[in-house]
Design a binder for this molecule. Structure first.
Ligand code: S3P
Length: 441
């Protein structure tokens, strides 16, 4: 394996500029999977360029779907129709992508063949019982290693069922709904709290019928989906790192264009307002049910933030960025976020360990963390070397946190940002004004 890249981060005075971020990872996975199950051709523009969505494309090719990647993020799919994927000749590799593995497990549960889903070391340690149990209740059989990948899915004729997951999870909800498309009768998921609803919106765009009643979502099996033309908005979870950097550094102004503004994803905007930032978000268009538009943010003052357990599902991918906010001053306490321990890394341990290596005061809780920023500008953290531990959002959180340091810092394994945000460090170079006396003249 080639050595992992190390990124050098120099302290920042402020960040400023306008930018677009790469296509939304969650939405791109769903468009690809539904395009594969639809009849006819689908064209998706702005497809997410990161490694995770490429894993989904590679798996779909292994299932006999014709996928053509054109220039500038355009991907065309020749759909096979619901239940018509082909039995793969070898195992399907989901790489680092939990969304690929869990959503595809739902799709494959309703196909009349056996297939094996494998992943990298991180994905191989992540819990899969949350999808295995509901899919087995519907009639599939799934072999796993102590509830973890590889998963061998023995597809079957599925029966619709009513599920009540204990933990809010868009991946579990989506896996069950995708299986439900292949099941007899109606399949429903009653969530304990709202999670991102891209699957529901995408199903409608492909001509499917979805029932939504409060926190219960349902689909009926046997429906036909139709190929269509779609465009993926910028990924709000990637934009989050710039919004946080601007909120943390007074005098900053960031404008993010053409970013997804689905309300199940944008809870961070209110958190940043609570923190004292001036935030404006304007929806300019809605495509395939997904609102998108422009967000601008001006940094102001440091505050103290408490993130309550009920806020966590709407902020799950933004919590690393929120932690980086406190590295610049103020204090952030997060509770009820035990799910962070089973993401691409144990994000509570990785975050606190990495912050401490950068000289930032941070403590672990079983279900969260506390980060205490420097009380005055004169007491900036020393900086140091933090290890991303193979986790893209950790690498980006460390980079934003390290902007608060007194001297240069290194992020080991920084090239993992390519999972969701190729070009992150190039954007950082462009947007950051170094602290006086440091960096470029
Ligand atoms: C995702 C759902 C979330 C999120 C992940 C992407 C999705 O995971 O953390 O990055 O695309 O459905 P959970 O559903 O496990 O909370």
């Amino acid at each position: 394996m080639p050595p992992l890249a190390t990124a050098l981060i120099t302290p920042a005075r402020r960040v400023s500029g306008r930018l677009r971020v790469p296509g939304d990872k969650s939405i791109a996975h769903r468009y690809a999977l539904l395009a594969a199950l639809a009849e006819g051709r689908s064209t998706v523009t702005g497809f997410a360029p990161g490694a995770d969505c490429r894993s989904t494309l590679a798996c779909l090719r292994g299932l006999g779907v014709e996928v053509v990647e054109g220039p500038a993020g355009t991907v065309t799919f020749l759909g096979r129709g619901s239940g018509q994927l082909r039995s793969p000749v070898s195992s399907l590799n989901a790489g680092n992508s939990g969304t690929t593995m869990r959503l595809l497990a739902g799709v494959l549960a309703g196909h009349p063949f056996s297939s094996t889903l494998v992943g990298d070391a991180s994905l191989s340690s992540r819990p899969m019982r949350r999808v295995i149990a509901p899919l087995e209740r519907m009639g599939a059989r799934i072999d796993a290693k102590d509830g973890r990948p590889p998963l061998t899915i023995h597809g079957a004729r599925l029966r619709g069922a009513a599920h009540r997951p204990e933990t809010p999870s868009a991946q579990v909800k989506s896996a069950v709904l995708l299986a439900g498309l292949h099941a007899e009768g109606t399949t429903s998921v009653a969530e304990p709290a709202a999670t991102r609803d891209h699957t529901e919106r995408a199903l409608t765009a492909f001509g499917g019928q979805v029932g939504v009643d409060g926190l219960t979502v349902s689909v009926t099996g046997g429906q036909r989906l139709h190929g269509c033309t779609l465009s993926v908005p910028g990924d709000f979870s990637s934009a989050a790192f710039w919004l946080v950097a601007a909120a943390a550094l007074p005098g900053s102004r960031i404008v993010v264009e053409d970013v997804g503004l689905n309300p199940t994803r944008t809870a961070l905007l209110d958190v940043l307002r609570r923190f004292g930032a001036r935030v404006q978000a304007e929806i300019t268009t809605t495509e395939a049910g997904e609102p998108r538009g422009i967000v601008s943010l001006e940094g102001d003052r440091m505050g103290t933030l408490e993130i309550a357990p009920e806020e966590v599902p709407g902020l799950i991918d933004e919590l690393p960025a929120i932690a980086a906010l406190a590295a610049h001053g103020g204090q952030v306490t997060v509770r009820g976020a035990g799910e962070l321990r089973v993401k691409e890394s144990d994000r509570i341990a990785t975050l606190v360990g990495g912050f401490r290596s950068l000289g930032i005061d941070a403590d672990e809780r079983e279900d969260g963390f506390i980060v205490r920023g420097a009380p005055t500008a004169a007491a900036r953290p020393a900086g140091g070397t933090a290890d991303a531990r193979g986790d893209h959002r950790m690498a980006m959180a460390f980079a934003i946190a390290a902007l608060a340091a007194d001297g240069p810092s290194l992020i080991d394994g920084a090239d993992v940002v390519g999972i969701s945000y190729p070009g992150f460090f190039e954007a950082l170079d462009r947007l950051v004004a170094p602290l006086d006396g440091l960096g470029a003249p």
